[in-house]
Design a protein around this ligand. Structure first.
Ligand code: IVH
Length: 668
């Protein structure tokens, strides 16, 4: 390819980026786009001196650059205080008027994007650094990942580009993309994301920026790091746009002079909310004149000149098709409404919790009823009220069945609780829920074991007790039609990796009656090993913070039962050895006084996870290689750190060798 052709190709790619992202109207497929991109990359590989800095190939950064260094924000990234009612907005306006000793203040009102705040720095028009908000003072350097966003310009355009410029905005995942990704995750047996914001946050943390690119995140800018040179907020937005940065579209911002105008704007947006391609959780009201905004100063970590007005949760109508019972790991029975699929806050709702019999009676909820449902944040949707006028004549009041729908054992009212319980120790549903909890994030934290996968394994009788989990093998899993080679490898690896949780999570995972997270943490502080509890008396338990009579009795019963002790011993023989609480390991852990540097992409861990494992064994993780470093943990495609470590005589561990080390510890 000649240079002129290459230049044309780059222009063409930029044109397709614009169609894809700015106009949402691509004319070529992703595949065709990738072919063009590869041609450009090939030319660049052969002629590195002729690379066009705007070439979209620059977006596919070297995955090795993606280690997240902490960097200081040059201007802190603040947060916003919230208002929830017109009265509170009026109070904000009054306060601003009073402090500025002036009436008729102009406010720039914007959408409050529900994503992840980022700060992107351009020096002489070139993108040099992108940081997350972090704690406001320090953020993670996510430059390589952000460069993969096709709508983010690598160079600014226009004549008036400041020498050193920081744009601030929000990275988000469009709702449609969120649903596609969740679908893909479900098929792969990966845990679902609760909402697009979590998905965006998770995506930005990926180590391999090529994977980030595939997520198709977007970004929208609404501010600058330093106000220098700008008069007001609406001018800031215009300038950002002129420089080629994506900003809010027309109609998604407004200049308002008073409460009424702000509420009118909020109303218009609320009405559009369900049709927006991204999630918002309110609007942001900003004093438009930047000098005034600055002079108002801050309270805590929020500027006095801006405030968020949060929308109350969206509501939608649906129809109850049936009321079913869900059974939790402690035997508590919860009635759940099965609904006509309904779109609410960007996702399709098919179920809503009805809490308990009393709640159903209080709201008089019946099968066949049209109901208003609501979803707040990432909690399960709930039924707000019944539209009585739409009730079919045949609808009858609902009452709790007398027997468990899963094992037919009688259901009992729990003393002192509104809840109803299945007390059958052998109830299959309770067993299943105990296993689901055991592997969950709160318990042993095995990410490749979502609820559906546990259920499949349970039905295939491969996973009926905690120890069963560690007896799963490639051979046994291959017999199940739903398991592909890759998912088997992922599953087995994640089970292996999770064999040494902190002691408190192991205690929690065992599902001892009345032992929640706080109690588990308090218990773990008093022991080195789980077996230490076997010899404890009731008084010993009662001396532990937060442990009362009921909990002490339950602990005593649990730890004295032979079957429980046998199960714990069996788990230990399978390598499940919880780690004693932090602190003791610093001196005696497997990696005590040892320092690590990570490089390359690890198959079985994210960087954060690898760090957690090392630290939980008493080691430390450093960012750069020096003679003082003990180990370099090298994943696939290690970079310059590998060479440096070799030269400095640092021990290089492959992921496999690292595993082996951990395993040995498990056996000792
Ligand atoms: S201005 C003082 N404008 O909301 C903070 N923030 O709850 C300056 N956000 O961390 C932010 N949309 O991530 C601003 N139009 C908008 C926004 C917005 C979403 C986020 C931002 C901030 C958070 C505070």
């Amino acid at each position: 390819m000649k240079e002129a052709e290459y230049k044309k190709l780059v222009k063409n790619l930029i044109y397709h980026d614009e169609l894809y992202y700015e106009k949402a109207d691509p004319v070529i497929s992703d595949y065709e786009y990738d072919l063009l991109l590869r041609q450009a990359a090939e030319f660049e590989r052969l002629h590195p001196g002729k690379i066009d800095p705007n070439s979209p190939t620059n977006r596919i950064a070297d995955p090795l650059d993606a280690g997240f260094q902490k960097k200081a924000h040059r201007t802190p990234m603040l947060s916003l205080s919230n208002t929830y009612s017109p009265e509170e907005i009026q109070e904000f306006i009054d306060r601003v008027e009073k402090l500025l000793s002036k009436k008729e203040i102009l406010f720039h009102v914007e959408l409050k994007m529900d994503g992840i705040a980022v700060s992107v720095r351009y020096v002489r028009g070139r993108l040099v650094c992108a940081l997350t908000r972090g704690n406001g003072e320090w953020g993670d350097d996510i430059t390589s990942n952000l460069k993969t966003l096709r709508s983010l310009p690598l160079s600014l355009k226009g004549e008036e580009i400041p020498e050193d410029f920081e744009a601030r905005g929000e990275v988000y995942l469009p709702i449609q993309r969120f649903e596609e990704l969740n679908q893909e995750r479900e098929e792969k047996g990966l845990p679902q994301w609760a909402n697009p914001r979590n998905a965006a946050a998770g995506s930005l943390k990926l180590l391999d920026s090529r994977e980030v690119r595939a997520r198709k995140l977007k970004v929208l800018f609404y501010g600058v790091g330093q106000f220098a040179g700008f008069k007001n907020q609406h001018e800031v937005c215009l300038s950002l746009q002129k420089m080629g940065l994506p900003v809010a579209e027309k109609g998604h911002t407004a200049l308002c002079r008073n409460l009424q105008e702000i509420l009118d704007f909020a109303d218009t947006i609320q009405n559009k909310r369900a049709h927006l391609p991204f999630e918002i959780d309110g609007i942001v009201i900003k004093v438009d004149a930047l000098e005034e905004h600055q002079s108002l100063g801050m309270t805590g970590k929020s500027p006095r000149g801006s405030v968020a007005y949060k929308f109350t949760p969206e509501q939608e109508k649906s129809v109850i098709r049936a009321i079913i019972l869900q059974l939790g790991r402690t035997g508590i029975v919860t009635p759940v409404a099965e609904l006509e699929p309904t779109l609410l806050s960007g996702s399709t709702i098919t179920r809503a919790t009805l809490h308990n019999q009393e709640e159903i009676a209080r709201k008089d909820i019946r099968v066949g009823d049209t109901v208003l449902i609501e979803k707040g944040g990432d909690v399960i949707p709930k039924v707000v009220s019944v539209v009585k006028s739409a009730r079919p004549p045949c609808a009858t009041p609902w009452s709790m069945p007398d027997t468990c729908p899963f094992c037919n054992a009688p259901l009992f009212d729990s003393v002192g609780e509104v809840a109803v319980r299945c007390m059958n120790e052998a109830c299959p549903q309770v067993s299943l829920q105990r296993l689901i909890f055991y592997v969950s994030k709160q318990g042993m934290d095995i990410p490749f074991l979502g609820e559906k996968v546990v259920q499949r394994l349970f039905e295939a009788e491969l996973f009926r007790s905690f120890p069963d989990l560690y007896r799963l093998s490639k051979e046994s899993l291959q017999r199940l039609p739903q398991f592909q080679e890759k998912s088997i490898a992922n599953l087995l690896c994640s089970i292996e990796k999770a064999k040494q949780p902190p002691l408190y999570r192991f205690i929690l995972a065992l599902g001892i009656k009345y032992v929640g997270k706080q109690t588990a943490r308090a218990l773990a502080k008093t022991a080195e090993r789980i077996e230490d509890f076997y010899t404890m008396q009731k008084e010993d338990f009662l001396a532990i913070e937060g442990v009362g009579e009921k909990v002490a009795d339950s602990l005593l019963t649990f730890f004295s039962q032979e079957s429980n002790r046998a199960e714990i011993a069996e788990l230990a023989s399978l390598g499940v050895v919880p780690l004693p609480p932090h602190g003791s390991n610093e001196q005696t852990g497997l990696f005590a006084k040892k320092s690590f540097v990570l490089t390359g992409s690890l198959e079985g861990y994210t960087r954060e996870e690898a760090r957690e494992v090392i630290e939980s064994h008493g080691g430390t993780v450093k960012s750069s290689v020096s003679k003082k470093v003990d180990y370099l943990l090298a994943g696939k495609d290690p970079g310059s750190k590998w060479e440096k470590a070799r030269k400095q005589g640092v021990t290089i561990l492959s992921e496999e060798e690292f595993h082996q080390l951990l395993k040995q510890k498990g056996k000792s």
